[in-house]
Design a protein around this ligand. Structure first.
Ligand SMILES: Cc1cc2nc3c(=O)[nH]c(=O)nc-3n(C[C@H](O)[C@H](O)[C@H](O)COP(=O)(O)OP(=O)(O)OC[C@H]3O[C@@H](n4cnc5c(N)ncnc54)[C@H](O)[C@@H]3O)c2cc1C
Length: 300
């Protein structure tokens, strides 16, 4: 929520909180961190727009309270702020590591780069494995997939930075103003992120790093040091809808992709609908809670 407009449906958030909590219990690991979010205003105009949306546009569902200016001594909140709830973040590294361990221990994981020359599309077999269906979930590398490279994926690179704030051991909220600052504990915070639609390497850029530092300087009234940075590539799509569905010529080959800039948030919602459909295609109309890739198959 950047301009006081919910970017996506509340159902995505509800489903994500439910699913990551459920998986946390199953895998005995807390990777979902529910924290309210403090949105710092950058001007009195922004503050007034938010107050108007709170009163007239149903945004009271998300905005829990408005906080007076200069309430947070370590932040630049001279134009005041608002508290958003529910909000939270997923510790993606811990989530992926724990999931990988689970799949590995249960012999569900073949840890290698998928080699298309070893895949038989008639038998749906790969090496010694034979399956009813194969679903490709490859992020922006979908562009290299011979079955789905016709789909209009337009990747967006993003950089995130980890910083240490010596005077802030563990701020109890997510901070947002142009970028987000997530409290990791032990004086560490993750700051993100940038949007680059030209370069799809994992290399850090001077432009991206400078952007993040400038934003941090706007937010923090105290010193910080950069601990590290990483870059990733988001599988974004021109029409901002996911790329999910079956191949037009082979009903046993599917794709789950195009989650754009919000895969963590939207993944549980879309995967729930798609898996119901895969298990029982007869329930298609009721279970599919999104528009499939059939929107790109006008002559199917
Ligand atoms: C900087 C940044 C910030 C983000 N911020 C947010 C956020 O605020 N909120 C949010 O909800 N989401 C966020 N995301 C998540 C992101 O936007 C995506 O939506 C999400 O990562 C998509 O997940 P995915 O599994 O479809 O693809 P990916 O995460 O790209 O995963 C695809 C995986 O498939 C593997 N793969 C590809 N090809 C092959 C092959 N041939 N063989 C074997 N493996 C293969 C890749 O190595 C990769 O591990 C962020 C991502 C980035 C990079």
């Amino acid at each position: 929520m950047k301009r006081c407009i919910p970017a996506v449906s509340f159902s995505y958030l509800e489903k994500a909180i439910h699913r990551y909590t459920e998986l946390g219990k199953k895998l005995d690991m807390d990777f979902l961190h529910l924290r309210s979010l403090v949105r710092l205003f950058d001007s009195n105009t922004t503050k007034e727009q938010w107050e108007d949306k709170f009163l007239n546009a149903g945004m009271h569902v998300y905005i829990k309270e408005f906080v007076a200016e200069n309430s947070f001594p370590l932040l630049n909140d001279q134009y005041s702020s608002a508290i958003i709830d529910p909000a939270g973040f997923l510790d993606v590294i811990s989530f992926l590591d724990t999931s990988r361990d689970y799949f590995s221990k249960n012999h569900f994981l073949l840890d290698e780069r998928f080699d298309f020359s070893l895949f038989n599309e008639v038998e749906i077999s790969y090496r010694d494995f034979i399956a009813d269906n194969i679903i490709f979930c490859e992020g922006y590398r979908l562009k290299e997939n011979p079955f789905f490279n016709y789909l209009p994926l337009t990747p967006t690179k993003g950089e995130v930075m980890t910083i240490r704030i010596p005077s802030m051991e563990n701020f109890d909220k997510i901070i947002s103003r142009g970028v987000y600052i997530l409290p990791l504990g032990n004086y560490l915070y993750t700051v993100g992120s940038t949007y680059n639609r030209v370069d799809f390497t994992y290399k850090l850029t001077e432009e991206g790093q400078t952007f993040l530092k400038d934003k941090i300087d706007e937010i923090l009234a105290v010193e910080y040091e950069v601990v590290g940075s990483v870059a990733g590539v988001r599988p974004t799509v021109k029409d901002r809808k996911p790329l999910i569905g079956k191949h037009p010529k082979n009903d046993h080959i599917g794709v789950f992709n195009g989650l754009g800039a919000r895969g963590v948030l939207m993944g549980p919602y879309f995967s729930s609908g798609f898996s119901k459909f895969l298990i029982n295609p007869a329930t298609k109309k009721d279970s599919l809670n999104f528009e499939t890739i059939e929107r790109f198959h006008p002559y199917k």
